[in-house]
Design a binder for this molecule. Sequence first.
Ligand code: ZN
Length: 311
Amino acid sequence: MDKRILGLHHITAIADNAKRNVDFYTKVLGLRMVKKTVNFDDPGTYHFYYGNEEGTPGTILTFFPWEGIGKGRNGTGMATEISYSVPAGSLDFWTERFKTMGVETGERTERFGEIYLPFSDPDGLALTLVHPATGDNRAGRDANGITKEEATRGFHGVCLSLEEIEKTAEILTDVFGYTLFKQEGNRYRFSTDAIATAGNIDLLELPDGKRGVNTAGTNHHIAFRVKDEKIQMEFREKILARGLNITHQIDRDYFFSLYFREPGGVLFEIATDNPGFTVDEPQGELGTHLKLPKKFESARTEIEASLPLLN
Ligand code: ZN
């Protein structure tokens, strides 16, 4: 059981303005800033992690805000919609809140017997709220006019847009242990029973779809969750055995990572639960300090001066 893929670990997207991104996810959506750090490959850029109170994998949405990068476009070869789980009966609260706060929303739609409320973040990133048919026992948090009875619980799933789904589906089923739950038109839902939440991946087949443009308002990659780096390396072998390229194990300070591009073009990551976000600041202070990887600590003054203002 513990050796399986445990649903989603995190999703990483691209934003433009950093302050606008923080304001939206912490104040409008009520997520916790779980970690405020920099892009380990580009320390003049922030890397924000938003999630639940504890920073649990399966609730973590992260952003690289690149000022002036310009608006991207959703398309094939990328993750094109993120679904957050919310409590039963809370969609009216969210509709009203989004209206009051000027958030762009779409028409509610039904998929697989669940009602989805689509909305966009200020960069146009496509998100939905949904009450999962299977329920969700994760705790929400009180934040800025949102009570626990309405608060988001973490991910329900993510949708990938693909020209053709077959080879991506094979990775999900043959390597990651997902099974096809149901099909509705060109949407195929794959789920895992290894975990009760954040376990859905929708594959949307768009044979004539345009390729996406991966800048602001689009997703950069999705990360699948494993318990530790030993199990992670077993998945590395399985990916290599399929003839795909995969990186070596990379230490991201809060988890260990492997990256590979699945055959449909989406960048997949496999990330570990350990060591977790409390490795460099206590639970109660998560996200309140600018944390830098060790290699950049000696340049802290210059880095802090170069980062955009958030207040
Ligand atoms: Zn990642």
